[in-house]
Design a protein around this ligand. Structure first.
Ligand code: FAD
Length: 454
């Protein structure tokens, strides 16, 4: 048979696309070479959040103990936690497989590669299978990338996949790369009592965020006695005598039980016949037009097209592509403002433009207003009052919201809606913010005096 739609990759992009397309009545096949759920479920968003969730009581107790209202110790059994993670992942994969079956989506297990007009070849355990399509969706995701000298050896030098598969948590950890992946994992290791060293070539942690957010995060990490080495280039990291040995360009050396290399991720697009099929790659990213099409009948979504490496962005693109392939829409793809969140405690949340970005496009009317979490009852109740919410205005409308501090990820959807609706100062009164809530800190930031961006 010739499928209406074949999808390669079952991460949040590919799986959602297959499910939605089947919901629209298309005949669909899904090809997956690894586990159903892709990076997000098996070695990304979900295991990291299970780790953070299981250890959050440690941080909460620490904060309450500072108020002298609680004492004691929360002990998290890492082996038990790893067991729970595996159970959770297995259960979720099972549920996903059942959903595919229920929707009549054929699952081909094996590596798929393009092998001629309208055909892919899947290398299954039973041998090669040809699968024919009218339209193809490439949702092959991404994998960790490394610079020379930073390659993991799965002994003491690990990438994020290897780190998540550890059987014991190290007592000391070097994290190379102060982006979200490295910082989330460092927070977990910190909660287990590991001594943390973070090294980055940039001049601040979370370098893609508002500089004030980076500053707030850094001050927390310093309070936790992390060694944060910024503007330091790593010339190499390797296992020596059962320890990770990191050498900086300056010649200085640092050792720890393990080193996590988290310097970025790159698309999985090589060796599967994409270019031979007319797909253009740039830095391995699949180039797509404004309908997410790489050729007239091949779409590319999620991490593979390199537009944004976030699960919800992949899922949003998946919905569009399924609708487009089913003939339900023809308008160009529009992601709107894609929220991004650093999870943990503190958290960082950002939607829309940051202050410096808004200033570049509108230096005449760009303004900011802000609120400190110190005045918020919920932050006070959790004894975690460091942090702030900053609102960016342009032409009298909210165009960006950035926050850092306890639980600020809760504000993500409200912030996204506010920007999507282009709130003005008057709109602040169009809904009621519940009390007491962290949302009130957002309300306070929206109502606060606005200052021109200099
Ligand atoms: P993937 O999830 O990478 O899935 C691609 C799938 O394609 C894989 O299963 C792969 O096996 C399969 N595949 C590849 N090539 C082939 C082939 N030739 N044949 C068959 N199958 C193939 N994002 C968030 O939004 N929030 C978070 O909190 C978050 N945390 C993260 C934490 C970590 C540690 C990591 C690593 C990532 C995190 N991400 C997070 C990013 C998120 O996981 C990715 O953006 C998301 O998984 C991308 O989805 P995708 O569908 O494009 O690809």
């Amino acid at each position: 048979m010739i499928y209406d739609l074949v999808v390669i990759g079952s991460g949040p992009g590919g799986f959602d696309c297959a499910v939605e397309a089947a919901g629209f009545g298309l005949s669909v096949a899904l090809v997956e070479k690894g586990f159903l759920g892709g990076t997000c479920l098996n070695r990304g968003c979900i295991p990291t959040k299970l780790w953070l969730g299981a250890t959050s009581a440690i941080e909460e107790l620490h904060n309450q103990a500072k108020m002298k209202v609680a004492s004691g110790e929360v002990i998290v059994d890492f082996a038990a936690l790893q067991g729970r993670v595996q159970k959770h992942l297995t259960g979720t994969r099972k549920a996903m497989a059942m959903q595919l079956k229920k929707l009549g989506i054929d699952l081909f297990e094996g590596q798929g590669s393009l092998s001629g007009e309208g055909v892919i070849t899947v290398a299954t355990a039973e041998g090669e299978q040809k699968v024919e399509y009218n339209k193809l969706v490439v949702a092959t995701g991404s994998k960790p990338i490394f610079f020379p000298g930073l390659e993991p050896d799965n002994d003491c030098v690990l990438d994020s996949d290897m780190f998540l598969a550890m059987e014991t948590m190290p007592k000391s950890l070097i994290v190379v790369g102060a982006g979200f992946i490295g910082l989330e994992m460092a927070q977990v290791a910190h909660r287990f009592g590991a001594k943390i060293t973070v090294v980055d070539a940039m001049d601040r942690v979370a370098p893609l965020e508002d500089p004030e957010v980076s500053k707030a995060l850094l001050s927390t990490f310093k309070r936790w006695k992390w060694d944060v080495l910024l503007q330091k280039r790593v010339s190499g990291v390797r296992t020596v005598d059962g320890k990770a040995l990191l050498t900086l360009d300056s010649g200085e050396q640092i050792t720890a039980d393990k080193a996590l290399v988290a310097v970025g991720r790159g698309p999985v697009t090589q060796g599967i016949g994409l270019e031979e099929a007319g797909v253009t790659l740039q830095f391995n990213q699949i180039q797509v037009d404004d309908h997410l099409l790489a050729t007239p009948n091949i779409y590319a979504i999620g991490d593979a097209n390199g537009q944004i490496q976030l699960a919800h962005a992949a899922a949003h693109q998946a919905h569009y592509v399924a609708s487009h392939a089913a003939g339900k829409i023809d308008a160009p793809y529009a992601s709107g403002n894609v929220p991004s969140v650093l999870f943990g405690a503190p958290e960082a949340m950002r939607v829309g433009a940051m202050e410096h970005e808004a200033f570049l496009t509108d230096f005449e009317t760009c303004q900011t207003s802000r609120a400190q979490l110190a005045a918020n009852p919920m932050a006070q109740a959790h004894a975690s009052t460091q942090g702030f919410i900053k609102v960016i205005w342009s032409g009298g409308k909210v165009v960006g919201i950035t926050a850092v501090g306890h639980d600020v990820s809760r504000l993500t959807t409200a912030a996204t809606l506010i920007i999507h609706q282009g709130w003005t100062a008057e709109d602040v009164y169009s809904i009621i913010f519940s009390h007491p809530s962290l949302d009130e800190a957002l309300l306070m930031a929206l109502k606060a005096e606005r200052k021109d961006v200099q």
